[in-house]
Design a protein around this ligand. Sequence first.
Ligand code: C5P
Length: 288
Amino acid sequence: MKLVAEAFAKVNRSLLVLGRRSDGYHELDTVFQAVGLTDRLTFEESDSLTLEVDDPSVPSGPENLVLRATRALAEEAGVKPRAAITLEKRIPSGGGLGGGSSDAAVTLLGLSALWELELPLERLARIGASLGSDVPFFLWGGTARGRGRGERIEPLADLPPRGVVLVMPPFPVATPDVFRRLSAPPWDGNEGPERENGPVPDRNDLEFAAESLFPALRVVRQALGATGAEQARLSGSGSTVFGVFPDPGSAAEAARRLEGLPVGSAVRVVPTLTREESRVRSGPRRAE
Ligand code: C5P
């Protein structure tokens, strides 16, 4: 049997850092939004475990999140980690779009199907959280609030569809560098306000730290803001800057205007994904 699935990307519509925790992580209150830029994975029965990646900048050794997810799932389910996996990268690594985390989540879903495991989503989310703070979000998709390290997911109502411009600079950003630069005060245990489906703060507390490490990011964000975006922000710790537009047409128009700028970045227009659309993409199906 051979299965195929797509790993979608995310942007953070809002990212509040509530403080530095004693375990070295930061307590967050973030709103994730799934978007239609995807990696493609295939999972095939095999006698051993292999991973083929089409992008040489992505490590294909044991540190790869797909292989870590495979081993973690096999251990949890008490089966041998056997599969031939391929990964076609379209989401840049170190881009703040959650590409590696999404690949890990889709691996948990794909191999659960290939190995015929019947693990509830909550158990997959626990395994996911042990692999990376963003992984559980990719099991839900759509629009969702992330608290704790970002791994505690509360689904929110789907936003009306929007056109999103992704400006992806040609360099990655290492998330730990940005958190270090932030030098946040210790977390006081306050989890932030309750707000169900209300407006979220148009804020990313990592932006200032990331932009002081990489000043080009501010230039890109200001250029995107000047095209009339409803929102122009850094995604996660960067390096991607995203702009939200009311519809795909105005997003495409803004993207055309950005192509003339000397930012050296790849520019893409993608739709937001509802929870249902996210699930359709990440759900494993039989390959031809
Ligand atoms: O959880 P993940 O492996 O994606 O985190 C990568 C790094 O980002 C962590 O080692 C930590 O330095 C930083 N981080 C953090 N607080 C979070 C999430 C990530 O400090 N909530």
